[in-house]
Design a protein around this ligand. Structure first.
Ligand code: NAD
Length: 472
Protein backbone atom coordinates (compact mmCIF):
# COMPACT_ATOMS: atom_id res chain seq x y z
CA UNK A 1 0.00 0.00 0.00
CA UNK A 2 1.18 3.56 -0.78
CA UNK A 3 1.44 6.48 1.62
CA UNK A 4 0.84 9.75 -0.19
CA UNK A 5 1.60 13.36 0.58
CA UNK A 6 -0.54 16.02 -1.06
CA UNK A 7 0.31 19.70 -1.31
CA UNK A 8 -2.60 21.39 0.49
CA UNK A 9 -2.26 24.57 -1.58
CA UNK A 10 -2.15 23.04 -5.07
CA UNK A 11 -4.01 19.87 -4.04
CA UNK A 12 -1.54 17.95 -6.23
CA UNK A 13 0.10 14.71 -5.14
CA UNK A 14 3.71 15.46 -4.17
CA UNK A 15 4.99 11.92 -3.67
CA UNK A 16 3.84 8.40 -2.93
CA UNK A 17 5.87 6.14 -0.70
CA UNK A 18 5.83 2.37 -0.44
CA UNK A 19 4.86 1.14 2.97
CA UNK A 20 7.69 -0.84 4.59
CA UNK A 21 7.33 -4.62 4.54
CA UNK A 22 7.81 -6.65 7.73
CA UNK A 23 11.35 -7.63 6.64
CA UNK A 24 12.34 -3.95 6.29
CA UNK A 25 10.91 -3.16 9.71
CA UNK A 26 12.96 -6.02 11.15
CA UNK A 27 16.13 -4.53 9.63
CA UNK A 28 15.28 -1.12 11.10
CA UNK A 29 14.63 -2.45 14.60
CA UNK A 30 17.83 -4.53 14.55
CA UNK A 31 19.78 -1.48 13.41
CA UNK A 32 18.22 0.70 16.14
CA UNK A 33 19.26 -1.87 18.75
CA UNK A 34 22.82 -2.27 17.53
CA UNK A 35 23.19 1.51 17.19
CA UNK A 36 22.05 1.75 20.82
CA UNK A 37 24.65 -0.81 21.95
CA UNK A 38 27.29 1.48 20.54
CA UNK A 39 25.79 4.92 21.21
CA UNK A 40 25.01 4.31 24.88
CA UNK A 41 28.77 4.11 25.49
CA UNK A 42 29.62 7.27 23.55
CA UNK A 43 31.33 9.77 25.82
CA UNK A 44 29.96 13.28 26.43
CA UNK A 45 32.33 14.86 23.91
CA UNK A 46 31.27 12.48 21.12
CA UNK A 47 27.59 13.15 21.83
CA UNK A 48 28.15 16.88 21.91
CA UNK A 49 30.03 16.92 18.59
CA UNK A 50 27.39 14.74 17.00
CA UNK A 51 24.52 17.02 18.00
CA UNK A 52 26.43 20.15 16.96
CA UNK A 53 26.86 18.53 13.55
CA UNK A 54 23.10 17.90 13.40
CA UNK A 55 22.55 21.63 14.03
CA UNK A 56 25.07 22.52 11.32
CA UNK A 57 23.34 20.28 8.74
CA UNK A 58 19.96 21.81 9.61
CA UNK A 59 21.27 25.33 9.03
CA UNK A 60 23.16 24.39 5.85
CA UNK A 61 20.00 22.92 4.28
CA UNK A 62 17.46 25.23 5.86
CA UNK A 63 15.87 26.25 2.58
CA UNK A 64 15.42 22.68 1.36
CA UNK A 65 13.82 21.48 4.60
CA UNK A 66 11.63 24.58 4.93
CA UNK A 67 10.30 24.13 1.39
CA UNK A 68 9.45 20.49 2.10
CA UNK A 69 7.52 21.51 5.22
CA UNK A 70 5.56 24.17 3.33
CA UNK A 71 4.84 21.88 0.40
CA UNK A 72 3.69 19.01 2.59
CA UNK A 73 1.56 20.83 5.18
CA UNK A 74 1.08 24.40 3.95
CA UNK A 75 2.62 26.64 6.61
CA UNK A 76 4.01 29.98 5.39
CA UNK A 77 7.59 29.56 4.21
CA UNK A 78 8.98 32.10 6.69
CA UNK A 79 7.50 30.10 9.56
CA UNK A 80 8.95 26.90 8.09
CA UNK A 81 12.43 28.45 8.09
CA UNK A 82 11.94 29.55 11.70
CA UNK A 83 10.99 25.97 12.56
CA UNK A 84 14.30 24.69 11.19
CA UNK A 85 16.20 27.37 13.12
CA UNK A 86 14.44 26.27 16.30
CA UNK A 87 15.48 22.66 15.66
CA UNK A 88 19.09 23.80 15.31
CA UNK A 89 18.70 25.72 18.58
CA UNK A 90 17.39 22.72 20.53
CA UNK A 91 20.19 20.54 19.08
CA UNK A 92 22.87 23.01 20.18
CA UNK A 93 21.19 23.60 23.52
CA UNK A 94 21.33 19.94 24.52
CA UNK A 95 24.74 19.46 22.86
CA UNK A 96 26.07 21.92 25.43
CA UNK A 97 23.80 21.21 28.41
CA UNK A 98 23.27 17.43 28.39
CA UNK A 99 26.41 16.51 30.30
CA UNK A 100 25.48 18.86 33.13
CA UNK A 101 21.80 17.82 33.12
CA UNK A 102 22.73 14.13 33.32
CA UNK A 103 25.51 14.29 35.82
CA UNK A 104 25.28 11.98 38.77
CA UNK A 105 23.71 13.30 41.96
CA UNK A 106 25.13 12.39 45.34
CA UNK A 107 22.63 11.76 48.14
CA UNK A 108 23.73 11.49 51.77
CA UNK A 109 22.44 8.23 53.32
CA UNK A 110 23.67 5.49 55.67
CA UNK A 111 25.94 4.20 52.89
CA UNK A 112 29.61 5.09 52.45
CA UNK A 113 28.62 6.47 49.11
CA UNK A 114 25.19 6.73 47.49
CA UNK A 115 24.19 8.52 44.34
CA UNK A 116 21.89 8.53 41.32
CA UNK A 117 22.92 8.06 37.70
CA UNK A 118 20.82 8.56 34.58
CA UNK A 119 21.27 5.64 32.20
CA UNK A 120 19.71 5.42 28.74
CA UNK A 121 16.93 2.87 28.24
CA UNK A 122 17.22 1.78 24.58
CA UNK A 123 15.15 2.54 21.50
CA UNK A 124 12.28 5.01 21.95
CA UNK A 125 9.45 5.17 19.42
CA UNK A 126 8.09 8.60 18.46
CA UNK A 127 4.58 8.91 17.00
CA UNK A 128 4.37 12.43 15.66
CA UNK A 129 1.85 14.91 14.14
CA UNK A 130 2.10 16.97 10.97
CA UNK A 131 1.66 20.48 12.37
CA UNK A 132 5.33 21.13 13.23
CA UNK A 133 6.80 18.22 11.28
CA UNK A 134 10.45 18.91 12.21
CA UNK A 135 10.09 20.61 15.60
CA UNK A 136 7.85 17.98 17.19
CA UNK A 137 10.39 15.29 16.37
CA UNK A 138 13.45 17.30 17.40
CA UNK A 139 12.09 18.45 20.71
CA UNK A 140 11.57 14.94 22.04
CA UNK A 141 14.32 13.16 20.10
CA UNK A 142 17.32 15.44 20.74
CA UNK A 143 17.30 15.12 24.56
CA UNK A 144 16.48 11.39 24.31
CA UNK A 145 19.46 10.86 21.98
CA UNK A 146 21.76 12.98 24.14
CA UNK A 147 20.79 10.69 27.04
CA UNK A 148 22.13 7.75 25.00
CA UNK A 149 18.95 6.35 23.41
CA UNK A 150 18.12 5.66 19.77
CA UNK A 151 14.88 6.59 18.02
CA UNK A 152 12.40 5.28 15.47
CA UNK A 153 9.60 7.59 14.31
CA UNK A 154 6.21 6.93 12.85
CA UNK A 155 5.38 10.32 11.42
CA UNK A 156 2.02 11.58 10.14
CA UNK A 157 1.49 10.21 6.60
CA UNK A 158 1.16 13.66 4.98
CA UNK A 159 4.71 14.66 6.05
CA UNK A 160 6.62 11.53 5.05
CA UNK A 161 9.30 13.43 3.10
CA UNK A 162 9.99 15.50 6.23
CA UNK A 163 10.43 12.24 8.18
CA UNK A 164 12.94 10.97 5.61
CA UNK A 165 14.88 14.26 5.67
CA UNK A 166 15.12 13.99 9.47
CA UNK A 167 16.47 10.44 9.21
CA UNK A 168 19.08 11.63 6.69
CA UNK A 169 20.21 14.52 8.92
CA UNK A 170 21.08 12.16 11.77
CA UNK A 171 22.82 9.63 9.50
CA UNK A 172 24.84 12.34 7.80
CA UNK A 173 25.92 13.83 11.14
CA UNK A 174 28.09 10.74 11.67
CA UNK A 175 27.81 7.80 9.23
CA UNK A 176 29.49 5.59 11.87
CA UNK A 177 26.51 6.15 14.16
CA UNK A 178 23.94 5.19 11.52
CA UNK A 179 20.70 3.95 13.11
CA UNK A 180 20.32 6.56 15.86
CA UNK A 181 17.25 8.01 14.13
CA UNK A 182 15.15 6.05 11.64
CA UNK A 183 11.78 6.67 10.03
CA UNK A 184 9.14 3.94 9.79
CA UNK A 185 6.92 4.26 6.73
CA UNK A 186 3.91 2.36 8.03
CA UNK A 187 0.13 2.56 8.19
CA UNK A 188 -1.45 3.85 11.37
CA UNK A 189 -2.99 0.43 12.07
CA UNK A 190 0.50 -1.12 12.09
CA UNK A 191 1.92 1.21 14.76
CA UNK A 192 0.66 -1.11 17.53
CA UNK A 193 2.89 -4.01 16.50
CA UNK A 194 5.95 -1.73 16.74
CA UNK A 195 4.83 -0.47 20.17
CA UNK A 196 4.56 -4.12 21.27
CA UNK A 197 7.98 -5.11 19.93
CA UNK A 198 10.30 -5.85 22.89
CA UNK A 199 13.08 -3.80 21.31
CA UNK A 200 10.97 -0.65 21.80
CA UNK A 201 11.36 0.55 25.38
CA UNK A 202 9.09 3.62 25.53
CA UNK A 203 6.80 5.80 23.43
CA UNK A 204 6.66 9.54 22.93
CA UNK A 205 3.35 10.53 21.38
CA UNK A 206 2.26 13.95 20.15
CA UNK A 207 -1.13 14.31 18.51
CA UNK A 208 -4.84 14.14 19.20
CA UNK A 209 -6.47 12.90 22.39
CA UNK A 210 -8.27 10.03 20.68
CA UNK A 211 -5.08 8.59 19.18
CA UNK A 212 -3.06 9.38 22.30
CA UNK A 213 -5.43 7.27 24.42
CA UNK A 214 -5.06 4.31 22.03
CA UNK A 215 -1.27 4.58 21.94
CA UNK A 216 -0.97 4.91 25.72
CA UNK A 217 -3.28 1.91 26.23
CA UNK A 218 -1.14 -0.22 23.93
CA UNK A 219 2.04 0.95 25.66
CA UNK A 220 0.63 0.34 29.16
CA UNK A 221 -0.59 -3.11 28.14
CA UNK A 222 3.01 -3.93 27.33
CA UNK A 223 4.37 -2.22 30.47
CA UNK A 224 6.07 0.56 28.57
CA UNK A 225 6.28 4.17 29.57
CA UNK A 226 4.59 6.72 27.35
CA UNK A 227 4.49 10.47 27.36
CA UNK A 228 1.55 12.25 25.77
CA UNK A 229 1.54 15.75 24.28
CA UNK A 230 -2.07 16.24 23.24
CA UNK A 231 -4.56 18.93 22.33
CA UNK A 232 -5.05 22.34 23.89
CA UNK A 233 -7.60 25.12 24.25
CA UNK A 234 -5.40 27.84 25.71
CA UNK A 235 -6.97 30.85 27.41
CA UNK A 236 -5.58 34.30 26.59
CA UNK A 237 -6.65 36.70 29.34
CA UNK A 238 -6.63 40.46 28.91
CA UNK A 239 -7.09 42.39 32.15
CA UNK A 240 -8.23 45.99 32.33
CA UNK A 241 -4.73 47.27 33.10
CA UNK A 242 -3.18 45.56 30.05
CA UNK A 243 -1.30 47.28 27.25
CA UNK A 244 -4.00 46.63 24.63
CA UNK A 245 -1.83 47.13 21.56
CA UNK A 246 0.72 44.64 22.87
CA UNK A 247 -2.06 42.19 23.72
CA UNK A 248 -3.63 42.53 20.25
CA UNK A 249 -0.33 42.09 18.38
CA UNK A 250 0.64 39.07 20.45
CA UNK A 251 -2.89 37.68 20.29
CA UNK A 252 -2.80 37.75 16.48
CA UNK A 253 0.42 35.73 16.35
CA UNK A 254 -0.70 33.44 19.16
CA UNK A 255 -3.88 32.48 17.28
CA UNK A 256 -2.89 32.81 13.60
CA UNK A 257 0.60 31.38 13.36
CA UNK A 258 0.93 28.02 11.63
CA UNK A 259 -2.45 28.85 10.01
CA UNK A 260 -3.97 28.45 13.47
CA UNK A 261 -2.90 24.81 13.77
CA UNK A 262 -0.93 24.79 16.97
CA UNK A 263 -1.65 22.93 20.20
CA UNK A 264 -0.54 25.92 22.28
CA UNK A 265 -2.30 28.56 20.17
CA UNK A 266 -4.43 31.05 22.09
CA UNK A 267 -7.92 29.77 21.41
CA UNK A 268 -10.21 31.34 24.01
CA UNK A 269 -9.75 35.11 24.41
CA UNK A 270 -11.03 35.97 27.87
CA UNK A 271 -11.45 39.74 27.97
CA UNK A 272 -12.44 41.85 30.95
CA UNK A 273 -15.43 44.13 30.30
CA UNK A 274 -13.61 47.50 30.22
CA UNK A 275 -11.22 46.39 27.44
CA UNK A 276 -13.33 43.90 25.45
CA UNK A 277 -14.70 46.22 22.73
CA UNK A 278 -11.42 48.05 22.23
CA UNK A 279 -9.53 44.74 21.97
CA UNK A 280 -11.96 43.25 19.44
CA UNK A 281 -12.00 46.37 17.26
CA UNK A 282 -8.19 46.44 17.03
CA UNK A 283 -8.01 42.67 16.65
CA UNK A 284 -10.34 42.73 13.64
CA UNK A 285 -8.31 45.56 12.07
CA UNK A 286 -5.16 43.40 12.36
CA UNK A 287 -6.96 40.33 11.03
CA UNK A 288 -7.96 42.27 7.92
CA UNK A 289 -4.33 43.13 7.25
CA UNK A 290 -3.17 39.49 7.19
CA UNK A 291 -1.98 38.37 3.78
CA UNK A 292 -3.68 35.12 2.80
CA UNK A 293 -2.45 33.01 -0.11
CA UNK A 294 0.29 30.79 -1.52
CA UNK A 295 2.40 29.71 1.49
CA UNK A 296 5.52 29.66 -0.70
CA UNK A 297 5.31 33.43 -1.18
CA UNK A 298 7.50 35.44 1.16
CA UNK A 299 4.81 37.80 2.43
CA UNK A 300 2.05 35.20 2.99
CA UNK A 301 0.90 35.04 6.62
CA UNK A 302 -2.01 32.60 6.30
CA UNK A 303 -1.81 29.54 4.08
CA UNK A 304 -4.25 26.66 3.55
CA UNK A 305 -5.17 24.23 6.31
CA UNK A 306 -3.15 21.03 6.09
CA UNK A 307 -5.93 18.75 4.90
CA UNK A 308 -9.50 18.93 3.58
CA UNK A 309 -10.72 17.17 6.74
CA UNK A 310 -9.32 20.01 8.84
CA UNK A 311 -11.36 22.57 6.86
CA UNK A 312 -14.55 20.49 7.19
CA UNK A 313 -14.07 19.92 10.92
CA UNK A 314 -13.41 23.60 11.63
CA UNK A 315 -16.42 24.72 9.56
CA UNK A 316 -18.68 22.31 11.49
CA UNK A 317 -17.38 23.60 14.84
CA UNK A 318 -17.97 27.25 13.88
CA UNK A 319 -21.40 26.63 12.30
CA UNK A 320 -22.64 24.74 15.34
CA UNK A 321 -21.33 27.38 17.76
CA UNK A 322 -23.04 30.15 15.76
CA UNK A 323 -26.32 28.20 15.84
CA UNK A 324 -25.90 27.99 19.62
CA UNK A 325 -25.56 31.78 19.94
CA UNK A 326 -21.95 32.76 19.18
CA UNK A 327 -21.81 36.09 17.34
CA UNK A 328 -19.71 36.47 14.20
CA UNK A 329 -17.68 39.66 14.69
CA UNK A 330 -15.49 39.07 11.64
CA UNK A 331 -16.26 36.39 9.09
CA UNK A 332 -13.53 34.69 7.13
CA UNK A 333 -15.11 31.29 6.59
CA UNK A 334 -14.08 28.29 4.52
CA UNK A 335 -12.93 29.03 0.97
CA UNK A 336 -11.58 26.04 -0.97
CA UNK A 337 -8.83 24.55 1.18
CA UNK A 338 -8.44 27.73 3.28
CA UNK A 339 -10.20 28.81 6.40
CA UNK A 340 -9.90 32.57 6.67
CA UNK A 341 -9.36 34.42 9.97
CA UNK A 342 -12.59 34.64 11.94
CA UNK A 343 -13.56 36.26 15.24
CA UNK A 344 -16.51 35.04 17.32
CA UNK A 345 -17.85 36.72 20.44
CA UNK A 346 -20.49 35.73 22.99
CA UNK A 347 -18.83 32.31 23.22
CA UNK A 348 -20.05 30.08 26.03
CA UNK A 349 -19.32 26.68 27.57
CA UNK A 350 -21.15 23.96 25.66
CA UNK A 351 -20.29 25.43 22.25
CA UNK A 352 -17.70 23.47 20.23
CA UNK A 353 -15.41 26.52 19.99
CA UNK A 354 -15.33 26.69 23.79
CA UNK A 355 -15.21 22.99 24.67
CA UNK A 356 -13.15 21.51 21.84
CA UNK A 357 -9.78 22.18 20.31
CA UNK A 358 -10.17 24.54 17.34
CA UNK A 359 -7.39 23.86 14.84
CA UNK A 360 -7.47 26.86 12.51
CA UNK A 361 -7.49 30.69 12.56
CA UNK A 362 -10.71 31.16 14.54
CA UNK A 363 -10.53 33.27 17.71
CA UNK A 364 -13.31 33.02 20.30
CA UNK A 365 -14.10 35.80 22.77
CA UNK A 366 -15.62 35.37 26.22
CA UNK A 367 -16.21 38.60 28.13
CA UNK A 368 -15.83 38.51 31.93
CA UNK A 369 -16.21 40.94 34.84
CA UNK A 370 -12.83 40.60 36.48
CA UNK A 371 -9.76 38.45 37.10
CA UNK A 372 -11.62 36.00 39.36
CA UNK A 373 -14.16 35.24 36.69
CA UNK A 374 -11.36 35.01 34.12
CA UNK A 375 -9.68 32.29 36.22
CA UNK A 376 -12.96 30.42 36.51
CA UNK A 377 -13.60 30.51 32.75
CA UNK A 378 -9.98 29.65 31.95
CA UNK A 379 -10.10 26.54 34.11
CA UNK A 380 -13.44 25.45 32.64
CA UNK A 381 -11.70 23.27 30.07
CA UNK A 382 -10.69 19.66 29.84
CA UNK A 383 -7.33 20.86 28.47
CA UNK A 384 -4.41 22.46 30.30
CA UNK A 385 -1.42 23.31 28.14
CA UNK A 386 -0.92 26.95 29.04
CA UNK A 387 -2.42 30.36 29.72
CA UNK A 388 -1.36 33.88 28.72
CA UNK A 389 -2.24 36.82 30.95
CA UNK A 390 -1.90 40.41 29.81
CA UNK A 391 -1.57 42.87 32.69
CA UNK A 392 0.81 45.67 33.57
CA UNK A 393 0.66 44.67 37.25
CA UNK A 394 2.24 41.26 37.09
CA UNK A 395 3.10 41.32 40.82
CA UNK A 396 -0.61 41.10 41.63
CA UNK A 397 -1.49 38.46 39.06
CA UNK A 398 1.55 36.38 39.97
CA UNK A 399 0.02 35.66 43.35
CA UNK A 400 -2.84 33.92 41.55
CA UNK A 401 -0.70 31.71 39.32
CA UNK A 402 -1.52 28.67 41.43
CA UNK A 403 -5.22 28.88 40.58
CA UNK A 404 -4.55 27.87 36.99
CA UNK A 405 -4.58 24.12 36.20
CA UNK A 406 -2.13 24.60 33.33
CA UNK A 407 1.29 23.32 32.27
CA UNK A 408 2.50 26.92 31.98
CA UNK A 409 1.50 30.48 32.82
CA UNK A 410 2.91 33.26 30.62
CA UNK A 411 2.60 36.94 31.48
CA UNK A 412 2.49 39.50 28.66
CA UNK A 413 3.56 36.99 26.02
CA UNK A 414 2.13 34.06 24.13
CA UNK A 415 2.62 30.52 25.38
CA UNK A 416 5.59 29.09 23.52
CA UNK A 417 8.11 26.30 23.83
CA UNK A 418 11.73 27.04 24.71
CA UNK A 419 14.50 24.41 24.88
CA UNK A 420 15.51 25.74 28.31
CA UNK A 421 12.08 25.33 29.92
CA UNK A 422 9.91 22.25 30.47
CA UNK A 423 6.89 21.96 28.19
CA UNK A 424 3.75 19.86 28.62
CA UNK A 425 0.18 19.75 29.78
CA UNK A 426 -2.24 18.86 32.53
CA UNK A 427 -5.67 17.15 32.36
CA UNK A 428 -6.55 15.96 28.83
CA UNK A 429 -3.55 17.77 27.36
CA UNK A 430 -1.44 14.81 28.41
CA UNK A 431 1.36 13.89 30.78
CA UNK A 432 5.12 14.00 30.85
CA UNK A 433 7.39 16.86 29.91
CA UNK A 434 9.57 17.73 26.96
CA UNK A 435 12.49 20.17 26.90
CA UNK A 436 14.48 21.67 29.78
CA UNK A 437 15.92 19.48 32.51
CA UNK A 438 12.69 17.47 32.81
CA UNK A 439 12.62 16.56 29.11
CA UNK A 440 16.01 14.85 29.17
CA UNK A 441 14.99 12.87 32.25
CA UNK A 442 11.88 11.34 30.65
CA UNK A 443 13.63 8.50 28.85
CA UNK A 444 16.31 7.43 31.32
CA UNK A 445 16.72 4.78 33.95
CA UNK A 446 17.09 6.68 37.20
CA UNK A 447 19.54 4.26 38.77
CA UNK A 448 20.30 4.25 42.49
CA UNK A 449 23.84 3.31 43.52
CA UNK A 450 24.49 2.34 47.13
CA UNK A 451 27.97 1.33 48.33
CA UNK A 452 28.44 0.21 51.92
CA UNK A 453 31.32 -1.18 53.91
CA UNK A 454 33.15 -2.58 50.89
CA UNK A 455 36.87 -2.84 50.35
CA UNK A 456 36.84 -1.16 46.99
CA UNK A 457 39.88 -1.70 44.79
CA UNK A 458 39.23 1.60 43.21
CA UNK A 459 36.94 4.28 44.50
CA UNK A 460 35.76 6.07 41.37
CA UNK A 461 36.42 9.76 41.01
CA UNK A 462 33.57 12.15 40.41
CA UNK A 463 34.62 12.93 36.82
CA UNK A 464 34.66 9.27 35.87
CA UNK A 465 31.17 8.91 37.25
CA UNK A 466 29.98 11.84 35.26
CA UNK A 467 31.26 10.25 32.07
CA UNK A 468 29.83 6.87 33.09
CA UNK A 469 26.44 8.31 33.85
CA UNK A 470 26.23 9.45 30.25
CA UNK A 471 27.86 6.35 28.88
CA UNK A 472 25.63 3.76 30.52
P1 NAD B 1 -3.36 12.46 15.19
O1 NAD B 1 -3.64 11.96 16.54
O2 NAD B 1 -4.37 12.26 14.14
O3 NAD B 1 -2.01 11.83 14.65
C1 NAD B 1 -0.80 11.87 15.39
C2 NAD B 1 0.06 10.70 14.96
O4 NAD B 1 -0.58 9.48 15.34
C3 NAD B 1 0.25 10.61 13.44
O5 NAD B 1 1.55 10.13 13.18
C4 NAD B 1 -0.78 9.58 13.04
O6 NAD B 1 -0.48 8.95 11.82
C5 NAD B 1 -0.67 8.62 14.20
N1 NAD B 1 -1.81 7.71 14.37
C6 NAD B 1 -3.09 7.88 13.99
N2 NAD B 1 -3.84 6.79 14.36
C7 NAD B 1 -3.00 5.95 15.00
C8 NAD B 1 -3.17 4.70 15.65
N3 NAD B 1 -4.35 4.10 15.70
N4 NAD B 1 -2.09 4.13 16.23
C9 NAD B 1 -0.89 4.75 16.22
N5 NAD B 1 -0.66 5.95 15.62
C10 NAD B 1 -1.71 6.54 15.02
O7 NAD B 1 -3.01 14.03 15.34
P2 NAD B 1 -2.67 15.06 14.18
O8 NAD B 1 -3.94 15.43 13.50
O9 NAD B 1 -1.53 14.56 13.34
O10 NAD B 1 -2.11 16.30 15.01
C11 NAD B 1 -2.91 17.29 15.52
C12 NAD B 1 -3.10 17.11 17.02
O11 NAD B 1 -1.83 17.10 17.67
C13 NAD B 1 -3.86 18.25 17.65
O12 NAD B 1 -4.78 17.75 18.57
C14 NAD B 1 -2.76 19.03 18.40
O13 NAD B 1 -3.21 19.79 19.47
C15 NAD B 1 -1.86 17.93 18.81
N6 NAD B 1 -0.54 18.47 19.11
C16 NAD B 1 -0.15 18.54 20.42
C17 NAD B 1 1.08 19.09 20.75
C18 NAD B 1 1.53 19.21 22.18
O14 NAD B 1 2.70 19.43 22.39
N7 NAD B 1 0.67 19.06 23.16
C19 NAD B 1 1.92 19.55 19.74
C20 NAD B 1 1.47 19.46 18.42
C21 NAD B 1 0.26 18.91 18.12
Amino acid sequence: MKITSINPFTQKVLESFDEYADEQLEVILKKATSAYDNWRHANPETRKNYMCKVAEILRMNKEKYARTITQEMGKPIKEARAEIEKCAWVSEHYAHEAEMLLKREAVATDADLSYIVYDPIGTVMGIMPWNFPFWQVFRFAVPAIMAGNTIVIKHAPNVTRCALHIEDIFSEADPEQDGIMQALIIQEKDAAKIIRDPRIKAISFTGSNETGAKVATEAAGNIKKSILELGGNNPFIVLEDADIDKAVDTGITARMQNNGQSCIAAKRFILTEPVADKFMERYVAKMQELKIGDPMEEDTQIGPLATEEQVKKLKAQVDKSVKMGAKVVYDGGAVDNFYKPTLLSNVKPGMPVFDEEVFGPVASVITVKDFDEAVEVANQSKYGLGVSIFTEHTHHAEELVYYFDEGSVFFNDMVKSDPRLPFGGTKSSGYGRELGKHGIHEFVNVKTIYLKEGKYHHKPQKEEHVAKSMGG
